[in-house]
Design a protein around this ligand. Structure first.
Ligand code: UD1
Ligand code: MG
Length: 482
């Protein structure tokens, strides 16, 4: 079912296919995290918990059939995941997981079935969601819940089955309400459900707050529906780790660690070399790296970065949201943020490529060079101690050590244009807006404030004065005084 469309949107089966929505409960504060940040915005694998759950959901149904129920810091949560195209339902007061579904009733009652996911359990896979839905449809159940056996089930709701071998559920008992013998049950409620929408919303008003938390528990629907002679069943996953919730900092750290291990394993399997991968590299979930690339220890590849084939990224480089072509060498200690680097370029050591840096094929950016919003053409070189900002630099250009583009006049930013084959002597300042023509030379230590025509030489510095014997005379005067 991965990548499949909502059954309701299939043309051939439209008359028979059920309409399926996904509701993601994401309104809670996350008190146990002791944080200013809403729980579902805490990150694992380099992106918010909620973003992982949305990714899984939108592989089962299209984004317009996904409803994120938000409440605590709703604006912040909405803007963090707005680009996914899902819908939002506001639960302004968070009165429990059952209450979350009550407020979403208007949005969801147009559907036949509602898949309910927890915004704080980010490892759920689209395959498991699809299997849970299929089991629910096969069983013609009013409620189907996902369970798993845990060695340490403390804190989770426990699944009480009608009998050990039956898929039918008697009740879900929350930790705080469980008897001593129920606490021994290792089968936990994972917090993922499928409901037949009419049965859910016909009965949801029967939920009460008569429990130790004084909240509307969605889990009570199991007993309510069963008492109304509706079918409530459970489907157990063998992969118990995919259901783990991130309720505490320790759980967040554990899930983050697991995700990164899995990411490293999948990269190793596709031909990427990672010495000491599990203890030293930090690679976010959405990163892509092609085969025969080597990441040395203590490299971080973050956000939405794509690294080509046959690259080598040396230790202590940090690459975020950047696009790296094939065969690129990134030497030690480089920082790239929102940069694009074409094939066979060489960076570093200690280059800083800021957003909008576009480094051409085979170009070199070297020691302590900072770039921002520039295009550096094919084969051009800026090897030492340079700042290049707001510049369009052609192919085969040599930027000497210590060159600075003066792009900011205190109010506005201005552009420096350096055409193909130009040579900028060391320690030059180019006061933008300024244009250096094709093949032109700028003498070392020049301050260039006017355009330099094609093939010209510009020298913008004081003429050298030489005073013969001056030093000798000065020494002699000093000696006579002593
Ligand atoms: C819940 C289940 C428990 C299950 C566990 C699995 C209930 C009563 N208990 O407990 O049986 O074992 O998940 O992880 O459902 N939320 C809202 N609005 C609210 C309250 C919560 O949207 O008013 C959201 C939270 O942001 C969170 C999710 O619902 O993403 C689950 O809430 P949480 O408080 O974490 O429930 P658990 O105590 O983990
Ligand atoms: Mg939870």
């Amino acid at each position: 079912m991965t990548k499949s469309r909502n059954p309701s949107s299939s043309k051939n089966t439209a008359a028979f296919a059920p309409r399926v929505a996904v509701a993601i409960m994401a309104a809670g504060k996350g008190t146990r995290l002791k944080s200013q940040l809403p729980k579902v915005l805490h990150e694992v694998g380099g992106k918010p918990l909620l973003a992982h759950v949305i990714t899984a959901a939108t592989r089962v149904v299209p984004p317009n059939d996904v409803f994120a129920i938000i409440g605590h810091e709703a604006d912040r949560v909405r803007s963090a995941v707005a680009s996914t195209g899902v819908n939002f339902v506001l639960q302004s007061e968070q009165r429990g997981t059952g209450h979350a579904l009550m407020v979403a009733q208007a949005a969801l009652s147009a559907y036949d079935h509602v898949i309910v996911l927890s915004g704080d359990a980010p490892q759920i896979t689209p395959q498991t969601i699809a299997r849970l839905l299929n089991f629910h449809l096969d069983q013609q159940a009013a409620m189907t819940l996902l369970s798993a056996d845990l060695d340490h089930p403390t804190g989770y709701g426990r699944v009480v089955r009608k009998s050990a071998r039956s898929a039918e559920v008697q009740a879900i008992v929350e930790e705080k309400s469980a008897t001593a013998s129920q606490k021994k049950i290792r089968e936990i409620n994972a917090g993922f459900y499928v409901f037949a929408a009419p049965q859910l919303f016909l009965n949801i008003e029967k939920l009460s707050t008569a429990n130790p938390h004084g909240e509307y528990y969605l889990t009570d629907m199991a007993e309510i529906l069963r008492e109304g002679r509706q079918r409530v069943v459970v489907w157990k996953t063998n992969n118990s780790t995919e259901v783990l919730g991130a309720n505490t900092r320790a759980e967040l750290a554990f899930i983050d660690f697991r995700m990164r291990i899995r990411k490293c394993q999948s990269l190793l399997a596709t031909g990427v070399t990672l010495p000491l991968p599990l203890s030293s590299c930090v690679i976010d979930s959405d990163v892509e790296i092609a085969s025969d690339t080597v990441l040395e220890p203590f490299v971080q590849i973050l956000g939405n970065s794509h690294i080509g084939a046959g690259c080598r990224i040396r230790s202590y480089s940090v690459i975020r949201d950047s696009e790296i072509g094939d065969g690129v060498l990134i030497r030690n200690g480089c920082i790239l943020d929102g940069a694009r680097v074409e094939r066979n370029a060489i960076l570093g050591p200690y280059s800083h490529l800021r957003p909008g840096s576009d480094i051409g094929e085979g170009a070199h950016v070297g020691n302590f060079v900072e770039t921002k919003k520039i295009k550096l053409g094919k084969g051009s070189k800026a090897n030492h101690l340079t700042y290049l900002g707001d510049a369009e630099i052609g192919a085969g250009v040599n930027i000497g050590a210590g060159t600075i583009t003066c792009n900011y006049d205190g109010v506005h930013k201005h552009t420096t244009v350096i055409e193909d084959g130009a040579f900028i002597g060391s320690d030059s300042t180019l006061v933008a807006p300024v244009h250096v023509g094709k093949g032109a030379y700028v003498g070392a230590a020049s301050c260039i404030t006017a355009d330099v025509p094609e093939d010209a030489l510009a020298v913008g510095r004081a003429r050298q004065i030489v005073k013969e014997g001056w030093a000798r005379e000065k020494r002699a005067v000093r000696k006579a005084r002593c």
